[in-house]
Design a protein around this ligand. Structure first.
Ligand SMILES: *[C@@H]1O[C@H](CO)[C@@H](O)[C@H](O)[C@H]1NC(C)=O
Ligand SMILES: *[C@@H]1O[C@H](CO)[C@@H](O)[C@H](O)[C@H]1NC(C)=O
Ligand SMILES: *[C@@H]1O[C@H](CO)[C@@H](O)[C@H](O)[C@H]1NC(C)=O
Ligand SMILES: *[C@@H]1O[C@H](CO)[C@@H](O)[C@H](O)[C@H]1NC(C)=O
Length: 410
């Protein structure tokens, strides 16, 4: 019999180790607010009542310094779902006919890679990124095939869709993306429901009813006017309407989490709550000022209970954070580590080696793994490069990859 070289045994061992699956699937739920800001008890706004977000925060690490790379809906969402900044993923602006923006065809998005890695993907609510082939969710109820008011603001409908997603018999881990359309303005599209759609489903005549929603109304005199908004009667009326839709989203968050609890998977699920961009007020959304780019961020890991309720000052630059932002991964394991069940160190990132050695810039876009993959050697020597084999990379298992500590590439 021919003797196999040590490299071969190493490869075999790596394959075997990487195939070991955790006993229970570990899932990720990503909840996104649409133009959501810091109007919640969690972020010390005492004028609004957000009991469900506050409860989630009590089992989360709360980040005070999380930022989006671009203060606009589609580009921010594309970054979230690809881990790549705009110039790499191609979504430079809003994804709609007149703006003509879509991601590059070859971009490896989270739903694409996770799907290939045997993880079930679902989206409920606002998608607003494309093309379809780059963002292929298995389970999809979005504005592309339904009413955005129903899938993004009707929290009863959203609850039932989450239930439907969870009821499917499937033992794969899941990545579920619940993207509320609240608290986005709606005066331009559905003025009959109020400036923030705050009346949609409130049971008044012509408004329909959302059975699970108990509307909270606010007196404009009682709202907290942010420092960057002029304190005028019009602004206060807008803020009061905004608070009401935040309340609907807050109750929706409670319903979604209750569905996970009911299905017995909440304790196996990493829950992330954040927003796409700043609030739709002066200096907010579409502006590079703090109110435009700063985002709420709650990260709730059932496996890191000792961090629950803590407030972190760590700076989070949102798009790259799934791919190994030093501060987020120091605080929490990465999304993909969680999904892959890996316990390997957070400081590795895998690259497919091009035949000539270093990957070219173009190659990086398509071959970079969006998550830190298991690379044990790097965890003990974080400053040096190493070569290892991994089976859960989004490319063929026997491929040799180079791991190195994350750097702020762009
Ligand atoms: C809220 O205020 C308390 C008391 O000042 C502070 O300790 C906490 O960090 C604040 N929370 C956030 C998220 O800013
Ligand atoms: C939307 O797409 C899903 C498949 O992901 C399908 O099951 C559902 O029926 C569609 N909804 C509508 C309203 O067409
Ligand atoms: C919200 O969804 C539920 C369940 O699909 C439905 O019964 C209700 O009429 C919807 N409400 C509105 C305002 O559309
Ligand atoms: C949830 O999971 C954590 C970590 O695996 C464990 O320590 C805790 O006991 C679990 N809680 C429940 C209610 O199962």
């Amino acid at each position: 019999m021919r003797r196999r070289g040590p490299a071969c045994w190493g490869l075999l061992l790596a394959l075997v180790l990487c195939r070991l699956r955790p006993a229970r699937p570990r899932n990720v739920l990503l909840i996104l607010a649409d133009d959501g800001g810091f109007e919640s008890g969690t972020y010390n706004n005492s004028a609004i009542s957000t009991p469900h977000l506050d409860a989630l925060a009590r089992r989360s690490l709360v980040f005070r310094n999380a930022f989006t790379s671009v203060s606009s809906c589609s580009p921010s969402r594309a970054s979230l779902l690809t881990g790549l900044p705009q110039h790499q993923n191609g979504m430079y602006g809003l994804h709609q006919g007149v703006h003509h923006f879509t991601s590059f065809n070859e971009v490896q998005s989270l739903p694409r890679l996770l799907g290939q890695a045997g993880i079930r993907t679902g989206i409920i609510g606002k998608k607003h990124v494309g093309p379809e082939t780059v963002y292929p969710f298995e389970f999809a109820y979005t504005e592309e095939n339904g009413s955005i008011l129903q899938v993004g603001r009707n929290i009863t409908r959203m609850k039932l869709l989450v239930r439907k997603f969870l009821q499917t018999q499937d033992d794969r881990p899941f990545f579920l993306y619940v993207a509320f359309h609240d608290p986005h303005r709606c005066g331009h599209s559905q003025p009959q429901y109020g400036t923030f759609c705050e009346k949609f489903g409130n049971g008044e005549s012509g408004m329909g009813r959302i059975p699970d929603w108990t509307p909270q109304t606010y007196d404009p005199q009682d709202v907290l006017v942010p420092y960057f908004v002029p304190d005028t009667p019009a602004a206060r009326a807008d803020l009061a309407a905004q608070y009401t839709t935040i309340g609907r989203m807050d109750q929706g968050v409670g319903l979604v989490l209750q569905e996970l609890r009911g299905a017995g998977v909440l304790n196996d699920t990493l829950v992330i709550f954040t927003s796409d961009n700043g609030i739709p007020f002066p200096s907010g959304r579409t502006n590079l000022y703090w109110p435009g780019t700063a985002e709420p961020l709650l990260v709730s890991s059932p496996e890191h209970m000792k961090r629950w309720g803590q407030v972190s000052e760590a700076y989070i630059s949102r798009p790259p954070s799934w791919t190994g932002s030093p501060s987020l991964t120091r605080a929490m394991p990465s999304l993909a580590q969680r999904l892959s069940g890996s316990r390997a160190g957070p400081s590795c990132r895998c690259w497919r080696q091009s035949p000539s050695g270093a990957p070219s810039l173009a190659a990086r876009v398509t071959t970079r793994s969006p998550w830190p993959t298991p690379c044990a050697p790097c965890t003990t020597r974080p400053s040096t490069s190493c070569t290892t084999s991994i089976s859960r990379c989004p490319f063929p298992s026997t491929r040799t990859s180079t791991c190195r500590p994350p750097s702020r590439t762009s």
